[in-house]
Design a protein around this ligand. Structure first.
Ligand code: ZN
Length: 245
């Protein structure tokens, strides 16, 4: 950014201070109330992974949904920081650090693998928004003396629209079948993997990713996401049935 552009950006910030990405409260990237929405730990069984469950920070609705959309689709990169923290907090509270430390002795570094975005959405957004989150999680694992790195191991082929916007589990399932693949040249044999995603909807994308990783020989430890919305049902109905008990 040149000096003139920097100065213009500063003036814009002074004249129009930003509001919370979730609720528009002034002077916060993400206010405390909205942050709390991402500390509601939702979890569901997923027998295919080593921990037997996947985990999300909270529910994809209301201000939490608004914040994720601002970050993901409207380029609010200042949310990288808070969302990195939330995923890290989730990794702790769900027991991932303990699992990696105690239960399993892997010979190879843990790979943090972001769920793939379609080429079209990467083009539209101008970046791979999950890479920041994956990078922060890998750094925190290394600080906890676990060998970990990010690997953009998966790619999505031929998925034309964002999964959240599609209707119906069957339709989504048909579209995604066979469309998540491990990138050529990446050796995942015997490698422990933590898959990270922004939103889990029906879980179809997640299962395809887990399948692709396992077929390539990886051990998928668990899946972590920012938010969960059950497909085709209002999130409200699911509120009471969280299995985080
Ligand atoms: Zn807020």
């Amino acid at each position: 950014m040149g000096a003139v552009a920097r100065m213009s950006a500063m003036i814009v910030d002074l004249l129009f201070p930003r509001g919370c990405a979730g609720c528009d409260r002034p002077d916060a990237v993400l206010c405390m109330n909205c942050r709390r929405l991402f500390h509601q730990q939702v979890e569901r069984p997923l027998p295919a992974v080593a921990m037997g469950r996947w985990f999300a920070c909270g529910w994809y609705r209301g201000a939490a949904r608004h914040a994720i959309l601002s970050w993901k689709d409207h380029g609010d990169e200042e949310c990288d920081g808070p969302f990195c923290e939330m995923l890290y907090d989730l990794a702790h509270s769900c027991g991932l650090f303990d699992t990696l430390h105690d239960g399993m002795s892997y010979d190879k570094p843990v790979l943090i693998v972001p769920a793939p975005s379609s080429r079209q959405s990467v083009r539209q957004r101008g970046r791979r928004h999950m890479m920041q989150l994956a990078g922060r999680l890998a750094r925190e694992l290394r600080r906890a003396r676990l060998s970990a790195k990010v690997c953009n191991a998966l790619e999505s082929r031929g998925v034309k629209r964002r999964s959240v916007q599609m209707r119906g589990v069957a339709q989504r399932s048909r579209r995604l079948r066979g469309h998540v693949v491990v990138r050529p040249g990446i050796d995942l044999r015997g490698v422990p993997v933590v898959l990270v995603d922004d939103i889990i909807t029906s879980g179809t994308t997640m299962r395809r990713c887990v399948e692709a990783l396992q077929q390539a020989g990886a051990t998928v430890v668990t899946v972590l996401a920012l938010a969960y919305t059950p497909a085709g049902r209002p999130a409200r109905e699911e509120g009471h049935s969280s299995s985080a008990v």
